[in-house]
Design a protein around this ligand. Structure first.
Ligand SMILES: N[C@@H](CCC(=O)N[C@@H](CS)C(=O)NCC(=O)O)C(=O)O
Length: 235
């Protein structure tokens, strides 16, 4: 069976890591058999989570490369009904959320004092006792330098808020009144949209992303729909 290496969830999310949530959501939508194991950064083939172990023991990193590999390997049909324009939209929306919006989410959790205060007790549970807070301080410094290197960390808070509002509103307009991003059935991009937007919506500190989401009942209903589709046992 596929083993998914992930970190635990909080605030109703399967994992606090949006990319782990994405991959778990996708595995569930694809109806592949897998089990979730605790991730170790030192074992991660690309030094990031999630990663998986295939049935033959091979480790693979990067949620998207994993999805593409598993789609081929197991003949997953999630995206076979999409035409070229729909596939292109998936690519664009996925890249926006994963390479842009994601960093705004990281800013809210790690770079604002209120966000970090809310995230600290959740993250400390994943770290060893006593030295956990020292490690957390180092992780925060690393995350902040990644935010600077990526660029989002160079913006003013109100500029990041503007980016978040525009990203969320764009996805909301594209979803419109459809059940899933492309129509009546889910496709792979729904895993990314669910992961990134529910990561914003569930965070207990009010932020521009969650405020914008609340203005789009179609997206709120969509997120609940994807969750129920992927986790039908939770009702
Ligand atoms: N492109 C990667 C991104 C994964 C990623 O950024 N994961 C974050 C957690 S949500 C991580 O491992 N960060 C640790 C680090 O960058 O050192 C994927 O799709 O899996």
């Amino acid at each position: 069976m596929i083993q998914l290496y992930s970190v635990p969830g909080a605030w109703g999310l399967p994992s606090v890591s949006p990319f782990c949530t994405k991959l778990e959501t996708w595995l569930r939508l694809a109806q592949l058999r897998f089990e979730v194991k605790p991730a170790s950064m030192s074992a991660a083939p690309k030094g990031k989570i999630p990663y998986i172990k295939l049935e033959d023991g091979t480790l693979m990193g990067d949620s998207q490369l994993i999805i593409e590999h598993l789609t081929q390997r197991y003949g997953v049909q999630l995206d076979t009904w999409l035409g070229p324009a729909q596939q292109a939209q998936s690519q664009v929306v996925r890249r926006m959320l994963e390479e842009g919006t994601y960093w705004c989410l990281v800013h809210e959790r790690w770079d604002t004092e209120a966000g970090f205060a809310a995230y600290t007790p959740v993250f400390l549970k994943m770290l060893p006792p006593v030295i956990g807070s020292l490690i957390l301080g180092q992780i925060r410094r690393d995350v902040r330098s990644s935010l600077k290197a990526q660029g989002t960390g160079r913006h003013k808070p109100e500029e990041i808020a503007g980016i978040l509002r525009a990203d969320v509103a764009a996805v909301a307009d594209l979803i419109g009144d459809r059940l899933y991003f492309h129509g009546d059935q889910p496709s792979s991009v729904d895993a990314t949209i669910y992961a990134m937007l529910s990561g914003l919506a569930s965070f207990p500190v009010p932020g521009a992303g969650s405020a914008e989401l609340a203005k789009h009942p179609n997206v709120v209903a969509y997120l609940e729909r994807v969750r129920k589709k992927a986790w039908p046992e939770e009702g």
